[in-house]
Design a protein around this ligand. Sequence first.
Ligand code: CUA
Length: 337
Amino acid sequence: MLWQLPFLPVQASTFAGRVDTLFLFLVALTIVVSGGVAGLEFYFAVKYRRRTPDEVPPQVHGSMKLEVIWTVIPFIVAMGIFVWGASVYFTLYRAPKEALEIYVTGKQWMWRFQHPDGQREINELHVPVGRRVKLLMASEDVIHAFYVPAFRIKNDVVPGRYTTTWFEATKSGPFDLYCAEYCGTNHSGMIGKVHVMEPAEYQAWLSGGAVEGSLASRGEKLFQEQACITCHRADAQGRGPLLNGLFGSRVALQGGATVIADEAYIRESIVNPQAKIVAGFQPLMPTFQGRFTEERMLELIAYIKSLGAPPQAGTSGAGAQGAASGVATPRPSQTPK
Ligand code: CUA
């Protein structure tokens, strides 16, 4: 490619080239400006040195033309860098919608990955080449940072909130993964590999190994274990909002505000239910903070994301009666989409 310099890591993602071009432009600009200033200083120091003891130079009292030139040119250059940098930044930080979603949790001192189909990995991540991959990241303890130099992605993983990043690998092979935020004694050991595979190879990898259900199905189990199902249901006993079709929708809150139901909103509603009360509901829900790990929280969110449109009136009634008897657990989620 364009920049095959020995001190740059291999370019293995779609935006590695753009990041490097911007970086090298900034380096070149810095060298040209600082080299130019230093060179002129030296040149003028020699050229205009005092030659006789009583020599007095002619006094200069400002020049509008000069002032305008050295204000306008740097302004244009700075704004150009700003627009260029912002455009690269937006590409990096706005994950595309149609992407393979992988759930990442950082924990002293390891990286855990969960695939939508249920595969779990520690310090190893397998992804297909040529496909957009979105990472939804959470931390179980302190701040970590997910850093894959070959992809030119680095993003903090912060306790108590979700961060996302994405990439599309252009080369297959193993690439180094680092934690780029000091997170305690074994920070330097919090490393791993991202294995980028050819699509066929990736499919083979996906089908190998035992998997205990998809991410969403593990989330569904948790949904029942934590008794979320006793309130979030379609019948008259449903004291909480029905969660079918919730993800990505616009939710009307008490007080008239609305919010888009994304991962962060759902997580907040689980750990701090009083923060945003859905219009028409009472603030009855207890907090689930600390009841399960972030990893399980992601399973729960995957489950809620998987819920399609609300079940038909008839089927939900039947399920609710089963629940009222206290024996069968209703599973409105299993309504086909
Ligand atoms: Cu995790 Cu440094």
